[in-house]
Design a protein around this ligand. Structure first.
Ligand code: SAH
Ligand code: SF4
Length: 416
């Protein structure tokens, strides 16, 4: 059974008011250490104390996951009050939480208006698996690109998410999953080192920038957020457990490896320019040859650090054995693994998912050439949480569309 909680109702009014007030103050979340030190200066913290205060705050925010200054036990009451007057560390509003039959969770988060804009809503998905849990994070509200098989691509870009909003998805998901240490876990002062939650015990062990939006069109904010997410004195996610997926923004690929250092995934989906121009229109600007060249030059590439190539299986469009052979040829010399994604249907699409047999034959061809080619099990389809199904507020699914989707799933349309 799918569980859906509407969190906008009754007693959230107070929380909303607090959120609106909070939006007027800058958030400490998403600032790097230097910016935080400068911000503390503006709040009257003397220069000689700033480094130490930043260290304390960093720990409370990113190791302990507190969302209220009053929880910061080793900071004086006066300073906590001063911090509260100047800054916020509040979480976004959770408008909706849906839990799929398979345990996948999808949250609709609302972020306050920025400047003259309106509040925005985005979706974040949590996929629990044996021994790991992956959080799929959004980088933009909507997308400027218009990949023809992607639901997000039908939603216009509203705006880029800030570093704070990108991190807030991770932190709020961890709150809701109980993935931060309990409030009564001993203080840092009694410990050596700051990581209280060991990597193995975590509910969110991996993150993928594969939610709404094109992360490389929001490079600076994504970079800032991922550097904080992987900071060893804070959220401490290994860069090997962070994957950034791009549709192929070639000029930013090298920088991604050089400046962020996370794992790279490429939304390939076609092996000929004429077809890729249609499926992933950014290909007209950066065609396959340029894309493959950028992949070959990705910093740190090795057999232990492969690029993932995502390939959505579209019936009679890109799923022939010739396509599979051409794919092998194209990837020659690149340490790669190929992730075959059964197409996830959404209301209004004309595509269908390839038959299971076809997907398996396609996978075998690639496998025989020596590449790992896992078929991604669709997760959370019943709550439209699977790859490419995300789309938020402004055009959230009408009930009629929801019923249409259910009918599609029952009829097996697009079902792997
Ligand atoms: N914009 C980035 C990251 C988000 S999309 C990118 O395009 O890479 C995450 C992955 O889901 C991409 O590989 C995307 O091509 C794929 N995807 C989009 N729509 C899909 C759908 N309907 N079914 C299966 N995969 C889809
Ligand atoms: Fe944007 Fe990625 Fe969807 Fe293409 S696949 S429309 S780049 S979110």
């Amino acid at each position: 059974m799918t569980l859906s909680l509407d969190l906008t109702q009754p007693d959230t009014r107070a929380a909303l008011a607090a959120g609106a007030r909070a939006a007027e103050k800058p958030s400490l979340i998403g600032m790097d250490r230097q910016e935080m030190a400068e911000a503390l200066g503006l709040a009257g913290v003397p220069e000689r104390q700033r480094r130490m205060r930043v260290q304390q705050l960093w720990h409370w925010l990113y190791v302990r996951g507190v969302s209220d200054f009053s929880q910061m036990r080793n900071i004086s009451k006066e300073l906590r009050a001063a911090l509260d007057r100047h800054f916020t560390i509040a979480r976004p509003q959770v408008v909706e939480e849906q839990i799929s039959q398979d345990g996948t969770r999808k949250w609709l988060f609302r972020f306050p208006a920025r400047g003259a804009g309106r509040p925005v809503e985005i979706e974040t998905v949590y996929i629990p698996e044996e021994g790991r849990g992956t959080l799929c994070i959004s980088s933009q509200v909507g997308c400027t690109l218009t990949c023809s098989f992607c639901h997000t691509g039908t939603q216009k870009l509203v705006r880029n998410l800030t570093a704070e909003e990108i991190l807030a998805q991770l932190m709020t998901a961890r709150d809701r999953l109980g993935d931060f240490p309990d409030a009564d876990t001993p203080d840092l002062s009694s410990r050596n080192g700051s990581v209280i939650v060991p990597a193995e015990g975590r509910k969110v062990s991996n993150i993928v920038m594969m939610g709404m939006g094109e992360p490389l069109y929001n490079f600076d904010n994504v970079k800032k957020a991922l550097l904080i997410a992987s900071d060893g004195d804070g959220l401490s996610l290994s860069k090997r457990r962070i994957t950034l997926s791009t549709s192929g923004v070639v000029p930013e690929i090298f920088r991604t490896g050089e400046e962020i250092g996370v794992m790279l995934a490429i939304s390939l989906h076609a092996v000929r320019d004429d077809l890729r121009d249609m499926l992933v229109p950014i290909n007209k600007k950066y065609p396959l040859a340029a894309l493959m060249d950028a992949c070959r030059r990705y910093p740190g590439l090795s057999n232990a650090r492969r690029i993932t190539f995502e390939y959505v299986m579209l019936k009679d469009v890109n799923d022939s054995l010739d396509d599979a052979k051409e794919l092998v040829r194209l990837l020659k010399g690149i340490p790669a693994k190929i992730n075959l994604i059964p197409f996830n249907p959404w209301p209004g699409t004309n595509y269908q998912c390839s038959d299971w047999e076809t997907i398996e034959r396609f996978a075998d061809t690639i496998n025989n050439a020596g590449y790992a080619s896992p078929i991604r099990t669709p997760r959370g389809r019943d709550i439209l949480a699977a790859c490419g199904q995300l789309k938020s507020e402004s055009e959230r699914m009408r009930k009629a569309d929801r019923l249409a989707l259910e009918a599609m799933m029952i009829a097996g349309h697009g079902e792997a």
